[in-house]
Design a protein around this ligand. Structure first.
Ligand code: SF4
Ligand code: SF4
Length: 135
């Protein structure tokens, strides 16, 4: 992945928004990796939880918004419980999802699923998908 680092990125309104929505101080993270070591979903992630924090510190907005990790995260809060700095990583990931959802961009588009595919999806998943746009 090609990464574009610049002073402008670090001061990007995206970084401010993530901190505002999550209520977390991104710079409190010292990259110990305990969040990623305990996350049950890392095998499916393209950016690990500690890397998500690092990318956010550096203002790597496009990389984060295009990452599948933000949708893989199950909000189980294991990372929050393990962080020695008391950082709520799950809330930071939720904030990044919210930035997309508020633009009405979602990882799953129900309208693009066939009837057969919808039939295979648990009803609660369909309801959850619709609820995402009500917060
Ligand atoms: S909340 Fe998300 S990132 Fe944190 S441990 Fe659970 S699945 Fe992993
Ligand atoms: S556990 Fe906390 S301090 Fe350690 S890498 Fe994760 S967010 Fe940063």
């Amino acid at each position: 992945m090609r990464i574009n680092l610049s002073k402008r990125n670090i001061k990007d309104p995206f970084v401010v928004k993530v901190e505002e929505l999550s209520g977390q101080n991104l710079l409190a993270c010292y990259q110990c990796g305990k969040c990623s070591a305990g996350c049950p979903a890392v095998s499916e992630m393209d950016i690990l939880p500690n890397q998500i924090i690092r990318y956010a510190q550096l203002g790597l907005k496009n990389e984060l918004l295009q990452s599948k990790s933000i949708w893989i995260c199950a909000s189980c809060f294991t990372c929050n419980a393990r962080c020695p700095k008391g950082i709520n990583i799950a809330e930071i990931i939720e904030a990044i999802r919210q930035i997309l959802l508020r633009k009405r961009e979602d990882h799953v588009n129900l309208n693009k699923l066939s009837d057969a595919e919808k039939g295979d999806v648990p009803p609660i998943a369909i309801i959850s998908n619709l609820r995402k746009f009500t917060s």
